[in-house]
Design a protein around this ligand. Structure first.
Ligand SMILES: NC(=O)c1ccc[n+]([C@@H]2O[C@H](COP(=O)([O-])OP(=O)(O)OC[C@H]3O[C@@H](n4cnc5c(N)ncnc54)[C@H](OP(=O)(O)O)[C@@H]3O)[C@@H](O)[C@H]2O)c1
Length: 435
């Protein structure tokens, strides 16, 4: 930090990446220069912007700031590094280097934090620096700071969220237009809501990284992406969505993190789930995100807004920039990683939820009783059964009360071996249902 003519100290800022988010951060930094100075009590000086290709046109960013030498930029007495390159390397190496230099970090890199958060937070601690990452989960929605600060006096039991806009866009279109997954994916790609390679979104990996970050913060424990059970939406069919709809449910890709009953473990999972139409998450449409937090004293709290996009994500990045800069100005650090609870990450078999099972059944007497007995044998209690069709096209739709994933898997294995069941057509978890 150095003082300038106007008596305000100057904070030297380095930006790594000037893509979708980075370019918006650079623009807003310039547009709101004076407000930032007044809010922080220091002037921001953007010292350099590291990119891969120096020849690309970067509207709004002075050409003399562009560099392909990120290391040299980091070593130039930087107060705050904003990392918006994404991916694991070189982002990890550069962040660790910047921390070693004593710079604080603002990042939106969920993939990196969900895998190597421990190493990065330890380096921040060792170098008395901040690492802020509000933009890494749910874009513009203030969520991590409320979890870290506003709800820190409470006990969070459960988090249920729609944290990936691409999959929510696809599922909304499938629900509202009756379209097929492949058809809607193509539309999402044409509109820029899905990448050319959509794997990270549609297979749930992006949501799993966010779930790990949310669970770590909410439960004061370390959860990495490797601890998260992950199932995407690529196998969800138009028929699954219609069956859910007929029963008053909407299919959503949910990130769920739950404290176990004995409070010694946490199950974190990402998968498609049926949500009752009356639940607030059911009305979260298209690319919007929403996260529902259940805490002992607060009860249920919901956060809603834009989960991605250049400007919305830049809003969260700049909020963090102001926060770490205020810390710099006052010579403090924000709260570091809180992992004292050391909960065990539990496997999916320990998860407890409700299920909806669609069975194609044989047209013979006693079928219902045989099937009901199989559920009972594994301690899975049935809430509703509905029969559709008859003869060769007879289906039973069974919805259960709470059961463990393990009990359900055992039930399904036995159902598949019964002559009464010709096929287990579909199985989907049911979340947000009160009974
Ligand atoms: N996009 C969103 O809506 C969104 C939302 C929330 C969080 N995020 C997170 O924000 C971060 C940035 O995302 P984005 O969408 O802005 O990415 P992006 O559009 O792909 O931009 C990445 C930027 O980083 C630069 N870069 C990549 N590798 C580099 C390297 N090895 N050396 C130097 N520069 C390099 C690229 O340079 P070139 O321009 O020369 O290629 C580009 O400017 C990611 O961690 C992402 O997960 C994004």
């Amino acid at each position: 930090m150095s003082a300038n003519k106007a008596e305000l100290p100057v904070l030297r800022i380095a930006l790594l990446g000037a893509g979708v988010v980075g370019s918006e951060v650079a623009r807003l930094l310039k547009d709101n220069e004076e407000d930032f100075a007044a809010r922080v009590g220091a002037k921001f000086e953007l010292v350099g912007v590291a990119v891969r290709d120096a020849k690309k046109d970067r509207a709004g960013i002075p050409a003399n700031l562009i560099t392909t030498d990120a290391e040299k930029l980091l070593d130039d007495n930087i107060d705050v590094v904003i990392e918006l390159m994404g991916g694991i390397e070189p982002a990890k190496y550069l962040i660790l280097r910047a921390l070693k230099n004593g710079s604080s970090i603002v990042t939106a890199n969920k993939a990196l934090l969900a895998k190597y958060g421990a190493e990065i937070f330890a380096a921040a601690e060792a170098n008395d620096a901040d690492v802020y990452y509000e933009a890494a989960v749910a874009g513009a929605i203030p969520l991590l700071r409320p979890l870290r600060e506003s709800l820190v006096g409470d006990k969070v039991r459960r988090i249920l969220g729609i944290v990936n806009g691409t999959t929510n866009f696809i599922l909304t279109k499938m629900d509202e237009e009756g379209s097929d997954y492949t058809e809607v994916l193509k539309e999402a790609q044409a509109l820029g809501y899905a990448e050319t390679d959509p794997t990270a979104d549609v297979e749930g990996h992006d949501a799993a990284a966010k779930a790990a970050i949310l669970a770590s913060l909410a439960f004061h424990t370390r959860v990495t992406i490797d601890d998260v059970y992950c199932e995407g939406i690529s196998k969800v069919t138009a028929a699954d969505i219609k069956a859910a709809k007929d029963m008053g449910f909407v299919v959503k890709l949910l990130a769920v993190a739950e404290l176990s009953d004995d409070e010694k473990g946490v199950v974190v999972r990402v998968h498609p789930a049926m949500v009752p139409k009356s639940h607030p998450l059911a009305s979260v449409r298209l690319s919007f995100n929403a996260v529902f937090v259940e805490a002992d004293a607060a009860g249920q709290v919901m956060f809603y807004g834009r989960g991605a996009g250049g400007a919305p994500t830049a809003s969260a990045v700049l909020g963090d920039l102001v926060a770490v800069s205020r810390n710099k100005v006052s010579g403090r650090r924000g709260p570091g990683e809180s992992v004292y609870a050391e909960l065990a990450p539990l496997p999916i078999s320990a998860a407890k939820t409700r299920y909806s099972i669609n069975l194609k059944v044989a047209d013979q007497p006693g079928v219902l009783a045989t099937i009901a007995n199989t559920f009972a044998k594994h301690d899975v209690s049935i809430q509703v059964v509905r029969q559709d069709g008859h003869g060769d096209a007879a289906f039973l739709l069974v919805r259960t009360h709470l059961a463990t994933d393990k009990a359900l898997s055992q039930t399904l294995a036995e159902l598949k071996s019964l002559s009464a069941v010709s096929e287990v057509v579909g199985v989907m978890r049911v979340e947000g249902s009160a009974n």
